[in-house]
Design a protein around this ligand. Structure first.
Ligand SMILES: Cc1cc2nc3c(=O)[nH]c(=O)nc-3n(C[C@H](O)[C@H](O)[C@H](O)COP(=O)(O)O)c2cc1C
Ligand code: SF4
Length: 658
């Protein structure tokens, strides 16, 4: 029986026949380590891996067309530089091995260009004069400038075609130049390029006509739009449907996202976070589909093949695109086709992957696409190299069946080792079970379940309710023991903390665990904030007490923004620069930086002060192994407490490198 018959039916975009309905959305990865903005081997490996997983169409992310007036990322790739051609040609060739078509997204950021990334003779251009959010003066574009940019789009598309790219995506959304012309928020012109929709659409249409004229009828053009800018006074659904209808004869398909960088608050919908349902933006794509007759692609937090199949069956969209989910598991298409959807590593929408690039939303871009649930991302090159070395089969004993332990097992299995995985409790992935009682943590729950599925479907010997003791190590005679026994909640030295109205966020595994209606949370890190939001959603009163000046400081880019928004939405009082001096049966006595104390009445006090490695147990395991002449490596929280990526990556690589 064919799984997902709608997802796996072919579709035509222009003259191209796509093998299925699954697309990899445009994702910028240049500017992540490569000096000149060319595609580094790492970038080629990234896109090739995404193609190997079985998607029909892959779009290379934002690529500039006019470097003198545009760069929205550091070291951005530009198609007005023929120097890009060798690496682009190799990239396209590499992706083509896997029967995946390649598109490239052409962009000009207009008034959002970053002056620091422009050449010495650079200028910032836009539809109307202004000062941009980086403080640069924006020059109003004359018709001559428009012609120069339209020609640059056309030449860039032609150069991409010359490099073997199968089609282009023109980025007309997200608040970049073409969207700026279309949107009344940015376009204040009074000439024939401003005012009515027809006038505002004139420049985007000029660009489309030039690209078509330069590349020909047989080179498909996809137009990416924001189905709504989601900003008061900005472009809305109805007008976008009229616009789409207006240009449909000039394009071969539409790709419908939402939001605009004009207001960074819309990023939480552009990259829908865990507080939104999967596919939250699909209604905007469905509205465009009703207005046009060319194929329409929907996007936004999609990750479950069942959901996507339904969207296609109900004719809401013609194709589905995924960004983050394809980083989390590029093999989603192949797994779905084989009926193994339960083994898809589920994206937890933590935004770790994007934290490297979203300037100015992160202060220090790290330049690498790391993923919390897919440890190979960011290290594809070395993995490919290591895969070419033959390994000698070893016997590996893993203590701990949390995310680090399970990933260690999967990593070891990939290299042909024999694995025994021991878990002290009665269930795998217990450290992630806080996700069971928080609705907006469903992605983490699904990720945990997919890890368990992969373990259950593998050759790993799982021993539940089994503590790894010296006797067990002796009798199993492993070549390597991997310690993945996790951490314990940190108990801060607060008077009265041993009282029974105190709970620990890190060890709460069930709903309704916090008694009473009033809770004080000690610790405003990500975990404390998420617990606070969950309690507020249950209608409880909650106050966060945080010692530093910032809450959820460790959350990546967009996620931090979402947490702040939710805290504000639920009007959760946050006391920063405040510490807890004493816990009584009536609540918590807290002290601010000036030493002023106040009593916060509460039925329960929730400690969210983080986790500390189980040092003594880990050291005991290590000592036993060393006494027996067996290798030992600690991974995950028992080595150093961190977030999910630290657990999955340290586990996976310990297993692989055994
Ligand atoms: C690492 C990363 C890079 C991205 N780069 C681009 C880009 O270059 N151009 C673009 O239009 N969108 C870019 N996006 C947005 C995605 O194409 C997509 O619209 C967004 O992530 C929402 O889809 P998702 O929920 O499936 O991730 C990027 C997203 C990520 C995660
Ligand atoms: S880093 Fe987080 S948001 Fe990005 S793909 Fe991985 S799990 Fe998803």
């Amino acid at each position: 029986m064919k799984h997902y018959p709608y997802l796996f039916s072919p579709i035509k975009i222009g003259r191209l026949t796509l093998k299925n309905r699954i697309c990899v959305s445009p994702m910028t990865i240049t500017g992540r380590g490569e000096e000149k903005g060319y595609f580094a081997q790492d970038n080629i490996d990234f896109y090739t891996t995404l193609a190997r997983g079985g998607a029909a169409l892959l779009t290379i992310g934002e690529t500039g067309i006019h470097s003198r007036t545009d760069a929205c990322h550091p070291r951005m790739a530009h198609l007005d530089d023929p120097g890009l051609l060798p690496s682009l040609t190799r990239l396209v060739d590499s992706v083509h091995q896997y029967d995946t078509f390649v598109s490239i997204e052409l962009v000009h950021s207009g008034r959002r260009a970053h002056p620091a990334y422009l050449p010495d003779n650079g200028e910032v251009w836009g539809p109307s004069p202004s000062v941009n959010h980086y403080g640069a003066k924006v020059k109003e574009m004359t018709e001559e400038m428009m012609n120069e940019i339209a020609d640059a789009y056309a030449e860039a598309a032609f150069m991409a075609k010359f490099a073997g790219v199968d089609m282009v995506m023109i980025h007309g959304g997200h608040g970049w130049l073409l969207d700026q012309f279309l949107s009344p928020l940015n376009n204040k012109r009074t000439d024939e390029y401003g005012g009515s929709l027809e006038n505002r659409a004139r420049f985007p249409i000029m660009v489309l006509d030039r690209v078509r004229a330069r590349c020909g009828r047989n080179f498909p053009i996809e137009y990416r739009i924001s189905g709504s800018e989601l900003i008061e006074g900005g472009l809305e659904e109805e007008e976008m449907a009229v616009f789409a209808h207006m240009i449909e004869s000039k394009v071969d398909s539409f790709h419908v996202s939402v939001g605009s960088f004009h207001d960074p608050a819309t990023m939480v919908r552009m990259f829908p976070g865990p507080f939104f349902p999967n596919g939250v933006n699909i209604p905007y794509a469905a509205a465009i589909k009703k207005a046009v007759s060319v194929p329409v692609t929907g996007i936004g937090g999609l990750s479950d093949p069942d959901d996507m199949e339904k969207l296609l069956e109900e004719e809401k969209v013609d194709m589905v695109a995924m960004g983050r989910q394809m980083i989390a598991d590029p093999f989603l298409p192949k797994k779905a086709l084989k009926g193994k959807s339960s083994e898809i590593a589920h994206c937890i929408r933590c935004m770790r992957c994007n934290s490297g690039a979203l300037i100015p939303y992160v202060p220090y871009p790290n330049g690498v696409v790391y993923c919390s649930v897919n440890p190979v991302m960011g290290r594809l090159r070395e993995i490919a190299r290591e895969n070419s070395f033959k390994t000698v089969e070893k016997k590996i004993l893993i203590a701990g069946g949390g995310p680090a332990g399970m990933q260690a097992a999967l990593g070891a299995l990939e290299r042909g080792h024999k694995v025994i995985l021991c878990e002290a409790s009665d269930s795998l992935g217990k450290t992630l079970s806080y996700s069971d009682h928080i609705e907006f943590k469903q992605d983490i729950r699904k990720f945990r379940d997919s890890l368990i599925s992969r373990i259950e479907d593998s050759q790993v010997e799982v021993r539940m309710n089994t503590v790894v003791t010296p006797e067990l190590i002796r009798s199993a005679e492993p070549d390597l023991v991997i310690g993945a026994i996790g951490g314990d909640p940190f108990i801060p030295p607060i008077e009265g903390i041993a009282d029974n109205n105190v709970l620990y966020a890190a060890s709460m595994h069930r709903s309704g665990a916090v008694p009473g209606n009033n809770t004080v949370i000690i610790g405003g890190g990500l975990m404390g904030c998420e617990e606070a939001i969950a309690l507020a959603q249950d209608g409880k009163n909650v106050t966060i007490v945080e010692m530093t000046d910032i809450i959820a400081g460790e959350a990546d880019g967009g996620l931090k923004q979402m947490i702040d928004e939710k805290i504000a939405y639920y009007k959760i009082p946050v006391l920063t620069g405040c510490s807890c001096r004493m816990i009584t049966e009536d609540g918590a006595i807290v002290k601010n930086k000036d030493g002023e104390e106040r009593m916060l009445a509460a039925d329960s006090v929730l400690i969210a002060a983080g986790v500390r490695p189980k040092d003594s147990e880990t050291n005991r395991l290590r000592d036993t192994c060393y006494d027996l002449g067996i290798d030992f490596i600690a991974v995950g929280d028992c080595k150093k407490t961190g977030r999910i990526r630290e657990a999955t990556a340290s586990g996976y690589f310990a297993g692989r490198n055994a």
